[in-house]
Ligand binder design. Structure first.
Ligand code: GAL
Length: 421
């Protein structure tokens, strides 16, 4: 078919990687007799924990006799969890299931032989009917399926403190970068400490990806991850310049902050805007902050930058029956509803009722149907973990040295090393 396994998945975009429902369990427990299901995530607090708790509630009913064991390691985007997981997998001490982003990141685990083929369970659990055919096609790698997606998140969203904006006379959402800079200038003139709240490396990569989408358009942006768009292109140079200018409106301690710390600047009225995935909707709700607005990143048009959290059955899991019941729960209609109504994401299943969801998710569900889908490197749908780490560290270095040429060179070198691999 002309593609390597990794490239093929990247090309199709794995976009709709949604969910499944399952349960069942016919396999043995690997002889350990364990009835614990250790679920490894980085959802330890706020809206993320609320989403996980929703899923755990459904699991408790659907999987009686099994016990949920929380293996969460805190830190946004898995900043800490991924390295803990990597060392556990290396030591053959896997949790019973772990969170992995659908797309290139999941392929890392598949290629390393660390996760089991669960295609047969997809049939048993009716997941092939529950998900759109395109999604099933995208989930299939060499004829096999390895994970159950729990959701679809959107990365390219700007969140705002409405009161701070109106205090600076900002009455409309900026539609392009020029309007965004003008609004940020107004906030600055008003004395707002950090017009644009920003956190460390991966949050900077998210902001940069959004700027790339504005400056390159959806197709060229996606091509960056497929070896089709040259990272040395002048449009990337322009995006770096725009990104550099955006950083001048951010808090100076950005490299020390996780996304929730930056979010707090918005909640406390010290910032006007923050670019962040739509887990922020759930987190603001969980923290009782009501006066927020949202809009698609200026210049992204109808582009929906997607990512999907999925769960796997690791090779060597101690309680595969329990894990399968967890996976079935993750894909079930009840599980998806309990999780996504609290997590800020939208369900992957086609049978969800938008009326069951908060206002933000209703708008995301409508957008998802008509939008142009592009993947995310910061959240694994576009790039492998090696590439993601290289990009994060290039962005981290740039935050300090502000050397635009060095950033472009580092990003081009990362693409050279990882694209199509
Ligand atoms: C993403 C993950 C989301 C959310 C976010 C912030 O990588 O897919 O579910 O948890 O990190 O931690």
């Amino acid at each position: 078919m002309g593609f390597t396994r990794r490239a093929a998945v990247a090309v199709v975009g794995v976009a709709a990687l949604l969910t499944a429902s399952a349960c069942g369990g016919s396999d043995s427990d690997g002889g350990t007799g364990s009835k614990n299901v250790e679920v490894f995530t980085w959802w330890a607090d706020g809206g993320e924990k609320a989403g996980l708790d929703g899923l755990v509630g459904v699991f408790g009913t659907a999987c009686a006799g099994q016990t949920f064991q929380n293996g969460a390691v805190a830190g946004g985007a898995g900043a800490n969890a991924k390295s803990v997981l990597a060392s556990r997998l290396q030591q053959n001490d896997p949790p019973d299931t772990f969170q992995a982003h659908a797309g290139a990141e999941l392929l890392d685990y598949i290629n390393a032989g660390q996760v089991e083929d669960i295609s047969a369970d997809y049939d048993g659990w009716g997941l092939k009917q529950a998900f759109p055919a395109g999604l099933i096609g995208n989930l299939t790698v060499d004829g096999k399926i390895y994970s159950v997606p729990a959701n679809i998140h959107r990365a390219n969203v700007v969140w705002s403190n409405k009161k701070v904006l109106s205090g600076a006379g900002i009455t409309a959402d900026p539609k392009d970068l020029t309007e965004f800079f003008a609004a940020l200038d107004k906030l600055k003139a008003k004395g707002v400490k950090a017009p644009l709240a920003l956190g460390k490396d991966w949050t900077q990569l998210m902001l940069f990806e959004s700027v790339l989408i504005s400056d390159l358009g959806a197709e060229k942006f996606t091509g960056l991850w497929q070896g089709k768009t040259d990272w040395n292109d002048a449009s990337v140079t322009k995006a770096i310049a725009d990104f550099q200018r955006l950083q001048t409106y951010s808090n100076s301690d950005r490299d020390a902050l996780d996304w929730t710390d930056a979010e707090k600047l918005v909640m406390d009225g010290k910032a006007g805007y923050q670019l962040m995935g739509d887990w922020e909707a759930a987190d603001l709700d969980a923290k009782g902050f009501k006066d927020y607005g949202w809009f698609t990143f200026p210049g992204n048009g109808t582009t929906f930058q997607w990512l999907a959290d999925s769960f796997v059955l690791p090779k060597g899991a101690k309680n595969p029956d329990g894990t399968k019941c967890w996976l079935k729960t993750v894909g079930s209609a009840d599980g998806q509803k309990a999780f996504n109504t609290k997590k800020g994401s939208i369900p992957a299943r086609t049978d969800a009722n938008p009326a069951d969801y908060p206002k933000y998710q209703q708008s995301a569900m409508a957008d998802w149907k008509s939008a142009t889908q592009v993947p995310s490197c910061a959240h694994g749908s576009a790039c492998s973990q090696g590439w993601q780490q290289a990009a994060n560290s290039a962005l981290g270095a740039f935050s300090t040295n502000q050397d635009a040429a060095a950033l472009q060179k580092a990003l081009a070198a990362a693409a050279q090393q990882y694209a199509g691999k």
